[in-house]
Design a protein around this ligand. Structure first.
Ligand code: NIG
Ligand code: FE
Length: 409
């Protein structure tokens, strides 16, 4: 089936952004087509008809004749069209909440102090281990619907609140089930078994379990596309990360890492050296780290909602951008450091505190975020042949997405 969208207030294709590999963007790199049209095909996926490929994009008045016979929707110049948003870093599967810790942090306690007292990631691990599959599924469904409401059409979901074989597999299997339940959404599954260390095992035993039991099984069952690790003081060291990620790569996983967030450990350099898809957080990245990532294909994924929520200094976005890094933004949705799935609200924080321009903001949740997931050849740009992942904004202009702070229409 072919579908046609006519008379969008503006059509944002993102072609100039992809042509520049999402780097060194100036505001005018985000070009617009007033009165735009989009033609796409649909296909049946898991029993549902969903958009498939883009067939044509351009001004409505130039719509090729052959598409005029198909059913169309007239957007009457009220709504803009842009590539579907991509949230390339979330921890969407967990049970319980940590509002008590939030209250402690509001009263002055730090994230690290709370973790030392037995809170933090391990508290959510306990709740997630105890939760039934159905409970986790219901929570995940609500969260995914919420994220899609804000325009997200591709979402990365990490495991990491199991920290033992059965629960990690349970989470990854649930992600697989969600892929079938939401055929209109692309869900990328990332194994983050190395999120923290479980209480009941030695460090060495747990790392061996990840490398020798979990990774081979997850690879064999195709339960994840990428492998991530939390490299920071009090978490995994550079040596441990290098060992685990090398093993992951040998099983064919793409690699990513959380790094230079709480302290600088030169984790970014490791990500670049290992040709990781992305290095994420980077609040404490060094000058050397900035230079390395700027001259590489590893995407710098910044998570400004997290710095905001932790009341820490934001990542040096302007420095990364001016050196030519490919910068993406994501929600980092998780119960401890960013209980927010609203990606446009994250853009508002980035516009104000990372001082990113409109083209940089647009790229950060489209082409650059696609690249952070290895999907930039298919997603993040509205052009013939690419996936028909689009978002019809409830507004006339892209800028309204983040100007209308935390909107819900
Ligand atoms: O990305 N930095 C590591 N992990 C999460 C926090 C997880 C938690 O506190 O539950 C993050 O910020
Ligand atoms: Fe994270």
């Amino acid at each position: 089936m072919v579908h046609v969208l006519l008379n969008s207030s503006f059509l944002y294709q993102g072609l100039e952004i992809s042509a520049k590999d999402g780097r060194k963007l100036i505001a005018s790199d985000l070009t617009t087509i007033p009165n735009g049209a989009l033609v796409y095909s649909t296909k049946s996926r898991f029993g549902k008809s969903v958009p498939d490929k883009i067939l044509w994009a351009g001004p409505t008045k130039e719509l090729p004749k052959k598409y005029k016979k198909y059913s169309s929707r007239n957007l009457k110049n009220q709504f803009a069209i842009m590539p579907g948003l991509i949230d390339c870093h979330t921890h969407l599967i967990f049970a319980g909440d940590r509002s008590d810790e939030f209250a402690e942090r509001c009263a002055g306690a730090t994230y690290e102090e709370i973790t030392k007292k037995g809170g933090g990631i391990l508290k959510t691990v306990q709740a997630t281990r105890q939760a039934s599959l159905k409970e986790l599924e219901n929570l995940a469904i609500r969260r995914i619907r919420d994220s899609m409401h804000y325009g997200v059409r591709t979402i990365e979901i990490k495991s990491g609140y199991g920290l033992k074989h059965d629960t990690e597999i349970k989470i990854l299997t649930l992600i697989q089930k969600l892929q079938k339940k939401f055929p209109e959404l692309t869900i990328i599954s990332t194994f983050l078994g190395a999120h923290a260390f479980p209480k009941e095992k030695t460090r060495e035993d747990y790392i061996n379990e990840i490398c020798n039991i979990m990774l081979p099984e997850i690879a064999e069952k195709k339960l994840a596309q990428a492998c991530d690790i939390f490299v920071d003081e009090g978490y995994y060291t550079i040596q441990e990360a290098s060992h685990i990620l090398t093993k992951a790569r040998s099983f064919g996983f793409k690699i990513k890492l959380h790094g230079d967030e709480l302290q600088n450990t030169e984790a970014t350099a490791l990500a670049v050296q290992m040709n990781a898809l992305s290095a994420d957080h980077l609040l404490k990245i060094s000058e050397a780290g900035i230079n390395k990532i700027a001259n590489s294909d590893t995407v710098a994924v910044l998570l400004p909602g997290t710095a905001f929520y932790l009341k820490s200094l934001q990542a040096p976005a302007r420095k990364l951008l001016s050196k030519g890094a490919c910068v993406a933004l994501a929600s980092d949705f998780n119960p401890g450091t960013c209980m927010c799935l609203n990606l446009p609200a994250i853009l508002t924080i980035a516009a104000l505190y990372l001082e990113m321009n409109r083209a940089e903001l647009f790229a950060s949740v489209t082409y650059n975020a696609a690249k952070a997931l290895g999907l930039e050849k298919h997603k993040g740009v509205l052009t013939a042949g690419f996936d028909a992942d689009f978002f019809i904004l409830p507004f006339q202009r892209f800028e309204e997405l983040y100007y209308r702070f935390a909107w819900r229409v």
